[in-house]
Design a protein around this ligand. Structure first.
Ligand code: UTP
Length: 293
């Protein structure tokens, strides 16, 4: 079984749900507490043993290339002022030379198309996909749990989590065949099933391990929901010839692609930050006490 060494992080979307901020700040650069979304997700991939990160970027997304590079003036200033701790922390977060590649999706034609744009860098090996607008927490990194499951199961793995029944129409939902602990053998999946028709309440959350044959299917450029080249449709096709398992992972996810999800993540991460939590809790309590019912 080939190990998972490369990950695709698609960051070329328009982020329309986060306008007007996303007009000039890429959605993936919006901060949760003190660091951008892409920072958390790259760290999650690293914690899963990923050695090569492929960012699929687009017009206006250059801030991410600068973020993962030296800021020479800033570093020199911090050094001159003796702010060693801050400087060392910035340097420790940088990817090593050659660990990160950028490929341009020349038009935002959908997530499936974004993944396909990275095909030459991935080559003929299984790979991970992490959507940077979803943050995860848990006892171990979400993607590391997926990689561990892959080492036992092989094939393709989709991380899922239960959502309330009345919310399933917002997600890609899997059709389970059988379950063994946290691992579910899949028989299918549906993108945004109409109310009352979902085959389960297990929603796909934006962490995948895929086999390279997915690229052949994506090359057909078939348009799906919203006229976009959908990764879900390509996975459904690949399911006809390859094994797919879902992993009901241990942890919690935060969908930061819309305003409420992003606000929820900020509150949760601040309350979980030992430096900020006591003061932040007091602020939230004060605001809640003064807020109308
Ligand atoms: P989303 O559907 O959440 O992103 O895609 P979006 O299209 O930017 O958001 P809205 O709906 O307009 O608000 C999940 C991830 O896939 C990337 C996005 O950048 C995001 O990180 N993506 C999406 C691409 O890279 N290319 C695309 O064509 C679409």
């Amino acid at each position: 079984m080939k190990p998972i060494k490369k990950a695709i992080l698609p960051v070329a979307g328009l982020g329309t749900r986060m306008l007007p901020a996303a007009k000039t700040t890429p959605k993936e650069m919006l901060p949760v507490v003190d660091r951008p979304l892409i920072h958390y997700v790259l760290a999650e991939a690293r914690a899963a043993g990923i050695e090569h990160f492929v960012l699929v970027t687009g017009r206006g997304k250059g801030a991410m290339e600068d973020y993962f590079d030296h800021a020479v003036e800033l570093e020199a200033t911090l050094q001159a002022k003796g702010k060693d701790e801050m400087l060392n922390s910035l340097l420790a977060d940088l990817p090593k030379e050659g660990e990160i590649s950028y490929v341009r999706q020349m038009a935002p034609l959908g997530l499936g198309h974004a993944v396909w744009c990275a095909r030459h860098i991935i080559g003929d090996e299984p790979f991970a996909v992490l959507l940077p607008d979803v943050l995860t927490t848990g006892p171990t990194a979400c993607m590391a749990q997926a990689v561990a499951a892959y080492h036992t199961l092989g094939g393709n793995i989709l991380v899922v989590e239960p959502v309330p029944d009345h919310m399933t129409h917002n997600y890609g939902v899997i059709a389970p065949q059988s379950r063994d602990g946290r691992v579910i053998k899949m028989s299918g999946m549906v993108e945004k099933p109409p109310q009352g028709t979902a085959p389960s309440n297990l929603a796909v959350l934006g962490r995948y391990i895929l086999q390279p044959e997915i690229f052949d299917i994506l090359a057909e450029r078939e348009r799906g929901a919203g006229g976009e080249i959908q990764l879900t449709d390509a996975m459904a096709k690949l399911m006809q010839s390859q094994s797919f398992h879902a992993l009901d992972y241990e942890g919690e996810s935060f969908d930061c692609g819309d305003r409420l999800g992003w606000l929820r993540a900020n509150v949760a991460f601040a309350l979980n930050n030992p430096d900020l939590a006591p003061a932040f809790r007091a602020i939230v309590t004060e605001l809640m006490d003064g807020s109308p019912d």
